[in-house]
Structures are given as structure tokens and as C-alpha cells.
Design a protein around this ligand. Structure first.
Ligand code: ATP
Ligand code: MG
Length: 171
């Protein structure tokens, strides 16, 4: 059964800017996430049946939520999870609204999504417990879509593949 999650998936231009920002940092310890895998998880789902996947897609078809912008300004890490991340200076209400709608879609598909408060972050590296203090040049990312993404084990860690995208409503 495929392992799925809903995510913000950077367009090529944003992905290049993110990769350039990572390269401009002092080298992070730990295991860097390859540029092709950079994303922000909205709702982690886990393994689903074909029927559940179809319910997720139909539920996503019915979402009418607003587009928004993220301004990634913070480099930080969580020692408990041992990940280094980029995060926005503030969480746009539209992002939390989208997460809540996606959690509902998951519940309607008979799945039990994580209901802890959502803290948006873009994981840059794993097995990291500290990051250098840097002045990060803010990275603006206009979010016009959300994606359903498949996670599959790869040779050097999980690899992610977007399966479908849905549009958000321009502000
Ligand atoms: P691996 O588990 O192989 O070390 P991974 O955590 O990146 O790698 P997945 O577990 O498939 O791969 O997770 C896919 C995405 O969902 C990642 O962004 C991950 O951080 C996030 N994620 C996984 N589990 C949860 C969870 N319980 N709650 C919130 N986000 C999660
Ligand atoms: Mg995991």
C-alpha cells in the first residue's frame, strides 16, 4: 500500500532558490535532504488502500481554500526530532485553514490524521541537533497549489513523488 502525505511541493524556480539558500549556509552536520525532496508536510497520512486514496482525491477535489505566501526567514532545529529546518516568520491563517480542511478529508476517508498543532517547517537535514546562527536571506514562496505525495524507501532515505496537485484560490 502506498504511503502518502499532503504537502506544499516547491515549483522548480522555488526549489532552485531553496537549494541555493542551503548551499549558501555553513555546511550543516547530519544528512542533508536532497534538493529534489524538499517540501513542507501539511498532513501526514501513512499507508492507504486504493479505495482510501480515491476518497482522499475526491475530498481534495472539493477543497476551496485560499492561496497564500510563505516568507521563510528562520533556520532552526528540533533537538528531540534531530532535524534542521527552515520556517516562516509567521504561520499564515490560510495555511492552518488548509491543514484543517485536509485533516477533515482524511477523517472522511476513515483515516486518523495527526491532530497536534501544525508547525510548518521545511526539513533541510536529519540527525542534526544544532544549527549555526546565520542571517538568512528571506525566501518568499507563493503557494498556489497543494499536493498529494507518495513516500517510498530509497537507497539513501525516503524519496517523495507528487501524485496530484490541486489549485488554491488566488487572493
Ligand atoms: P523516514 O521516515 O524514511 O526517515 P521521512 O520521515 O522523511 O523519512 P515519511 O515518514 O514517509 O518520510 O514522511 C513523509 C513526510 O511526512 C515527511 O515530511 C515527514 O517529516 C512527515 N511525517 C512523517 N510522519 C509524520 C507524523 N507522524 N506527523 C507529522 N509529519 C510526519
Ligand atoms: Mg518518517
Amino acid at each position: 500500500m502506498p504511503r502518502l502525505f499532503f504537502a506544499l511541493w516547491p515549483d522548480d524556480e522555488t526549489r532552485s532558490r531553496l537549494a541555493a539558500a542551503v548551499e549558501s549556509l555553513p555546511k550543516l552536520p547530519g544528512r542533508l535532504v536532497p534538493a529534489r525532496n524538499l517540501h513542507i508536510t501539511l498532513v501526514f497520512i501513512g499507508a492507504v488502500t486504493a479505495e482510501q486514496e480515491q476518497l482522499l482525491r475526491t475530498g481534495a477535489d472539493a477543497i476551496h481554500a485560499a492561496a497564500f505566501e510563505l516568507n521563510l526567514t528562520q533556520l532552526g532545529c528540533w533537538t528531540h526530532a534531530a532535524v534542521a529546518w527552515l520556517a516562516p516568520e509567521a504561520t499564515p491563517p490560510a495555511l492552518l485553514d488548509l491543514v484543517a480542511r485536509l485533516q477533515s478529508v482524511c477523517r472522511e476517508a476513515g483515516l486518523a490524521p495527526d491532530t497536534r498543532p501544525h508547525v510548518p517547517h521545511l526539513t533541510l537535514a536529519r540527525k542534526v541537533r544544532r544549527v549555526p546562527a546565520v542571517n538568512l536571506a528571506p525566501i518568499r514562496w507563493q503557494i498556489n497549489t497543494f499536493a498529494l505525495v507518495e513516500s517510498a524507501p530509497g537507497r539513501t532515505g525516503s524519496e517523495y513523488r507528487p501524485l496530484a496537485f490541486w489549485p488554491l484560490i488566488p487572493a
